[in-house]
Design a protein around this ligand. Structure first.
Ligand SMILES: Nc1ncnc2c1ncn2[C@@H]1O[C@H](COP(=O)(O)OP(=O)(O)OP(=O)(O)O)[C@@H](O)[C@H]1O
Ligand SMILES: [Mg+2]
Length: 266
C-alpha cells in the first residue's frame, strides 16, 4: 500500500512501499513433545528486505534452524505471525502453504539432500516436475550456467565433489525462481575454497538477480558475505549488525559465550 509522506514544503508525496521479502512478528515456537517444553523461539521480531543477504548466527540450540523453518513455512509457529512478501502464512491451508513453499521459497541444507538415483539435471528440475510447472528452458539454462555445472548434467551426485553437490542443491533451489532462498549451514560440510565459491554464488543471486538470501552459519567468514548479521541466543535476537566484518562477528559471538545464560522459563 502506498504511504503518504509530508515534505518540508507540506506537499504530499506518494511513496510506494513494497512489502519486505520476509517478516516475522512475535514469533514463538515451543516444542512440547517429550517432557519439559523447550522454547526454541521467544518472540522474535525481524524484517528481511528484498534483495538483501542476511546471516543468522548464534550458539548451538539458540533457535536458528527453528527460525528458518518457521519463516519458510516448513514448520508452524506456536504463536506470532510470518509474512512472505504480502502473504501471511498463518491464514493459509496446508495446500496453499505447500504451494507457496514450492513457488516462493528455495532451501539449501548442509547435507545437500540430493537424490542419489537421479542425475544432476533431474535433481535440479525435480521441484518443477513435482509442482507440475512447465520448465522454463531458458531460465534453467541460466541457472545451470550460474552454478557452472553444464558439463555435469548427466552425472549422479556421488560422482561430484561436495562443492559441486552443493551447487546442484543451489540450482535446484533457484529452479523455481523463488523470491527467498533459505540456507541452513550451506557451507558446513565444505572446505574453505569450496565454501567461498558457494558463498560467492549466493551473493550473486542477491546482487545480480535481486533475490533474498537468509543463511544460518557458524562461520564468521561465511557471515561476512552477508549485508547483515542477526545473532540469536536462547530464542531471541540479541544483536542485529549491519555489514560487520568477520572480526567484529567473531567478537560478538565470543561475547555471547561470556553472557550468563538466560532462563528459558523467564
Ligand atoms: N523437533 C524438536 N523437538 C524438540 N525440541 C526441538 C526440536 N527441534 C529443535 N528443538 C530444540 O529447540 C532449540 C532450538 O533448536 P534449533 O535446531 O533451532 O537450534 P540451532 O540454533 O539451529 O542449533 P544448531 O546450531 O546446533 O543447529 C534447541 O534447544 C533444540 O533442542
Ligand atoms: Mg541448526
Amino acid at each position: 500500500m502506498p504511504s503518504l509522506t509530508a515534505t518540508p514544503d507540506r506537499e504530499l508525496l506518494v511513496v510506494p512501499t513494497t512489502p519486505a521479502a520476509v517478516r516475522v512478528e512475535q514469533l514463538t515456537r515451543v516444542y512440547a513433545a517429550g517432557g519439559q517444553p523447550v522454547t526454541a523461539l521467544d518472540g522474535v521480531q525481524a524484517t528481511f528486505d528484498r534483495g538483501t543477504f542476511t546471516a543468522v548466527m548464534g550458539p548451538s540450540g539458540s533457535g536458528k534452524s527453528t527460525l528458518l523453518q518457521t519463516a519458510a513455512g516448513l514448520d508452524r509457529p506456536s504463536s506470532g505471525r510470518v509474512w512472505i512478501g504480502d502473504t501471511e502464512l498463518s491464514g493459509l491451508s496446508e495446500t496453499k502453504l505447500t504451494e507457496l513453499r514450492r513457488t516462493k521459497v528455495g532451501f539449501v541444507f548442509q547435507a545437500f539432500n540430493l537424490i542419489g538415483a537421479l542425475t544432476v539435471e533431474e535433481n535440479i528440475t525435480l521441484p518443477l516436475r513435482l509442482s507440475g510447472a512447465r520448465p522454463d528452458r531458458r531460465w534453467l539454462a541460466e541457472v545451470v550456467e550460474r552454478v557452472d555445472l553444464g558439463s555435469r548434467l548427466r552425472h549422479r551426485p556421488a560422482q561430484l565433489s561436495g562443492g559441486q553437490q552443493q551447487r546442484v542443491a543451489i540450482a535446484r533451489a533457484l529452479a523455481m525462481r523463488p523470491d527467498v532462498i533459505f540456507c541452513d549451514e550451506p557451507t558446513g560440510a565444505l572446505d574453505t575454497q569450496t565454501a567461498a565459491e558457494v558463498l560467492g554464488l549466493l551473493r550473486s543471486t542477491v546482487d545480480e538477480h535481486g533475490q533474498t538470501v537468509i543463511m544460518v552459519t557458524h562461520d564468521p567468514v561465511a557471515a561476512s558475505y552477508a549485508d547483515r548479521v542477526v545473532v540469536l541466543a536462547d530464542g531471541r535476537i540479541v544483536a542485529d549488525l549491519p555489514q560487520p566484518g568477520a572480526d567484529r562477528i567473531a567478537e560478538q559471538l565470543a561475547s555471547l559465550g561470556r553472557r550468563p545464560r538466560l532462563s528459558r522459563e523467564g
